[in-house]
Design a protein. Structure first.
Length: 444
């Protein structure tokens, strides 16, 4: 774990001292004087912008800008360089199973259009970046081998560059990596507070039998982009756009609709389940997009909960989705999402309602989009579906690895058609169970 702000400030102090000499200003007595001046001028991190009791996010224009990220692969090390517009608090720590390096920082703006990627043959397999919590951003570096993380070197702005943070990764043994891996203890309080803040402030009162509550869950988000198409379109963006379209359609039909996220924010899996239960949801719809090594595989499919996957592919997909929190760098010490899914008798009725909705939705969607030709209704142990009292489905909208699917998922017309078909299935679901939705009451 490394705290980098002092290094940023010393770099800024050196620049300020030099500028003072050039301009003929009285030179400060100490470097500490300059650091104090820089602190007054620098944008406050989001975590310090307001009292903890009433956090106020910084205006987007005041947030530091991440302008670049580069990876250099050398015989004795791998070098990771992050370029920023302003000094920020930065810290690094490592996590194992799988091996990762996490670079944690306050909220920033991202300007990384198509950043260069590693070859995948060195120490770094891949990396992700984005919002992790409100007011908190991060890089997560996936490793091919265990490494030792160097102290960061901070280079001041020069030759058109901003502040550059240079972090070297040196090969080490797995035993040495494991000894230092783990979440910093002082971050646990921040995590607990963030989880509580994400829940509804007032528990939802019991709903009437007339107005049903639907929770729509846009999968992934923030530092967890999900899968992506060959042209770089990310799953997290596709599913958020569809979630917003579905909410609009359902609200127009009189349903009460809540989203687990309405922007590019990371929400961990158990939190998504807690949000649905807090709103006493009558139905939970989680939206995702799939990928496959075979680009000819196409079509929408819907998953419901089971202890074991309906087939090997379904089980593998559930494992990948259930690992999302782990890969984003969540502390899983007390996370029940990684525990085996055990279905009790109380969940059987919920699962039956989920399966009924899945079949109804597939029948409605056939006229509006391509459906996976083989077994479009599948089941697996998805952690996000395991609320015992909320019927839930996970909709894979299509395959981003398939050119046709990827293109149509990016169009507003397709999103509107799919949202309408899912809403039709919602209407039929509540009519069939004797709890008519707003648009179908009294209809056959």
């Amino acid at each position: 774990m490394r705290l980098l702000r002092d290094s940023f400030l010393i770099a800024a102090a050196c620049l300020t001292l030099a500028a003072s000499a050039v301009q003929g200003e009285p030179e400060p007595q100490t470097v500490e004087d300059v650091i104090a001046k820089v602190l007054k001028q620098a944008p406050q991190p989001a975590s310090q912008a307001a009292p903890a009791a009433a956090p106020a996010p910084a205006a987007p224009a005041t947030l530091p800008l991440v302008m670049g990220a580069r990876i250099g692969e050398h015989p004795d090390r791998t070098r990771f360089v992050v370029e920023l517009s302003d000094p920020v608090d930065m810290r690094t720590f490592t996590l194992n199973n799988p091996n990762r390096v996490v670079i944690d920082m306050p909220a920033v703006r991202w300007h990384l259009e198509g950043p260069p990627r590693p070859t995948g043959n060195g120490a770094v397999k891949s990396y992700r970046y984005g919002m992790f919590r409100p007011g908190n951003a991060r890089f997560v570096i996936d490793l091919n081998q265990p490494v030792t993380v160097s102290d960061a070197l901070v280079l001041p702005p020069e030759d058109g560059h901003g502040y550059r943070v240079v972090i070297d990764l040196f090969p080490t043994t797995q035993a040495k990596f494991d000894r230092t891996a783990g979440w910093p203890q002082d971050l646990k309080a921040r995590e607990n507070a963030a989880q509580l803040a994400a829940l509804p402030k007032n528990p939802a009162p019991p709903q009437s039998a007339i107005k049903k509550v639907i929770v729509v869950d846009a999968g992934h988000g923030g530092v967890d982009p999900g899968t992506s198409s060959p042209d770089g379109t990310q799953e997290k963006d596709i599913v958020l756009a569809e979630a917003l379209a579905l909410k609009k359609t359902l609200v127009s039909r009189g349903y009460t609709v809540h989203l687990t996220r309405d922007d590019d924010e990371f929400i961990e899996l158990p939190q998504r389940v807690r949000i649905a239960r807090s709103w006493r949801a009558d139905l939970f719809i989680s939206l995702h997009a799939d990928s496959n090594h075979d680009p000819s595989v196409y079509g929408l499919s819907i998953y419901t909960l089971s202890e074991k996957g309906s087939d090997a592919e379904a089980a593998a997909l559930a494992k990948k989705e259930n690992d999302s929190d782990k890969l984003a760098g969540v502390d899983l010490a007390d996370n029940s999402a990684v525990a085996p899914i055990l279905i009790d008798l109380a969940q059987r009725d919920t699962m039956n309602k989920s399966s009924h909705f899945a079949e109804t939705a597939i029948s409605e969607l056939r006229d509006e989009t391509d459906i996976l030709p083989r077994q479009p209704h599948r089941s697996a142990g998805f952690a996000v579906l395991k609320a015992p009292d909320v019927p839930a489905v996970l909709v894979e909208l299509g395959y981003l690895s398939n050119d046709h699917d990827a293109r149509q998922m990016q169009t507003g017309a397709w999103r509107a058609k799919v949202a309408g078909a899912i809403a039709d299935a919602v209407d039929r679901q509540f009519a069939a169970t004797g709890a008519a939705g707003p648009a179908t009451a009294g209809l056959p």
